[in-house]
Write a protein that binds this ligand. Structure first.
Ligand code: EPZ
Length: 427
């Protein structure tokens, strides 16, 4: 297993291209199932999760081709053609590796009138149930069976009538599955308390480009007028607001100054506000975001929340930054039940963080010290990298496969900004 060696203390400086958003790409890819025409996605990030999803689509008989790109390029262009679906089954051995595979359930059901998807297990940050996905699809008219660790969804007489569903809890994935299933339903669907994340807007914009009729895009009340069929499209994946926020924290903790190219500040208001509250200068500039930290960092108190609140996917990264703030910060994680696994590792680097249930108190310390640490999940891993960039001495972050799921060519991007980093294979 690879690890990354970081020699801390370098101030990050320079311009960095932000990649396409992993969490948008993972819901745009299954849209290919909704049409027998080619779907071309541009600005796809080169990530392990995208490769895994491509493999899953091939499993269904979907052809995928990657347009040529120069070795140094970030992002790729992929064309998917679901001319014929040879199997409506997403098997355990693929789904267990990537929970987002559940996002084929809605589109496969809509296309084939049936879908069988292995239940995704829990993961490091929580048990991650899918009950809301299933309830939403039932509201659209699906019949759902759970057998032998698989979900089997069936559309009576081959098509979904559509319907009305009000989410008791905001769920990004369940909203996405419902949207993709509703696009070609026979009637109208209304979704209430739907997720409003920018990735949902990206999905709605792609579906509309394919011919879907959706009202209320960007709000928590969506109306989808089913259409008989969708056509192909060419679409650019939105920029990754979480990657951008992660590198903003990395720049700030080193007292650096970076330009995050292609980042969209309007999609990151809560993150930007938290950074500004912490004493970081953040301004839109040259089609991206300029981030600079030249003074002391200040403590911040906030709770994670569904969009437009502070994103749970930024909690670990902000916590790393706040380890170097003056005073005590109080963070509350309201979305997932176990998203503090970065805390013991940060404390091994000299941080002083106390957790009590969903709340973490981050007592700022004058200095972090390099250590060997273990990545446990995607965003926790980035938190450790951020701390390592500011720590005195050398840090080694093990189990890099977690990072490779969500950060495109991380060590190259950090090196672009002047960090002293080195990726080494298993010793
Ligand atoms: C998406 O996960 C993201 N993943 C997550 O990013 C992100 O943390 C999460 O949304 C919240 O923003 C992708 O988009 C691929 P949810 P998702 O359904 O859809 C509960 C990362 O680091 N819930 O919005 O799985 C659930 O347990 C990843 O990039 C149910 O109870 O999240 C959680 O407490 C991590 N029943 C809350 O809702 C359900 O059927 C929000 O989950 C579904 C969810």
């Amino acid at each position: 297993m690879d690890k990354i060696i970081i020699r801390g203390g370098k101030r990050l400086k320079g311009a960095l291209p932000v990649s396409g958003a992993k969490n948008a790409a993972l819901t745009l890819l299954p849209c290919a199932l909704l049409t027998d025409e080619p779907l071309t996605l541009r600005n796809l990030p080169r990530l392990a999760d995208i490769d895994a999803f491509q493999h899953l689509m091939n499993q269904f008989g979907v052809s995928t081709t990657i347009a040529g790109s120069r070795p140094g390029d970030f992002g790729r262009v992929m064309t998917l053609e679901a001319t014929r679906i040879t199997s409506p089954v997403a098997p355990y051995e693929l789904v267990r590796k990537m929970r987002a595979s559940i996002l084929v359930l809605g589109p496969m059901l809509a296309r084939m009138g049936e879908a069988t998807v292995s239940l995704p297990g829990g993961c490091a940050i929580g048990n991650r149930p899918i009950d809301l996905h299933l309830k939403a699809l039932e509201a659209l008219g699906a019949v759902i069976e759970l057998t032998a660790g698989y979900v089997r969804a069936i559309a009576p007489d081959g098509g979904l009538p559509g319907g009305r569903y009000s989410f008791p809890v905001v769920s990004v994935g369940a909203t996405e599955n419902a949207l993709m299933a509703a696009a070609t339903a026979r009637g109208r669907t209304t979704l209430h308390n739907a997720a409003r994340e920018p990735e949902i807007v990206d999905l709605c914009n792609l579906l509309a480009a394919m011919g879907a009729v959706i009202e209320g895009i960007g709000t928590s009340d969506l109306t989808i007028h089913g259409v008989p069929r969708l056509h192909g499209a060419t679409y650019r994946v939105m920029s990754d607001r979480i990657e951008a926020g992660s590198y903003a924290c990395a720049a700030a903790i080193t007292g650096g100054e970076v330009l995050l190219k292609n980042a969209v500040i309007e999609e990151m208001e809560a993150t930007v506000q938290a950074l500004r509250d912490a004493g970081v200068h953040v301004e839109p500039q040259a089609g991206g975001i300029h981030v600079a930290a030249d003074g002391p960092l200040r403590a911040v108190t906030l709770a994670t929340a569904p969009y437009p609140g502070f994103p749970t996917d930024m909690q670990a990264q902000l916590m790393a930054l706040l380890c170097r703030a003056e005073g005590a910060s109080v963070l509350t994680e309201t979305i997932f039940e176990n998203r503090y696994m970065h805390v013991p590792e940060l404390n091994r680097m000299g941080a002083h963080i106390e957790t009590r249930g969903r709340t973490a108190v981050v007592h700022g310390v004058p200095q972090l010290t390099g250590a060997e640490v273990m990545a446990t999940d995607l965003r926790a891993s980035m938190s450790l990298v951020i701390a390592g960039l500011a720590a005195e001495g050398e840090s080694q972050v093990h189990r890099l496969y977690h990072l490779d799921r969500g950060y495109e060519r991380l060590e190259e991007k950090l090196a672009l900004l002047g960090a002293d980093v080195e990726r080494v294979g298993a010793d």
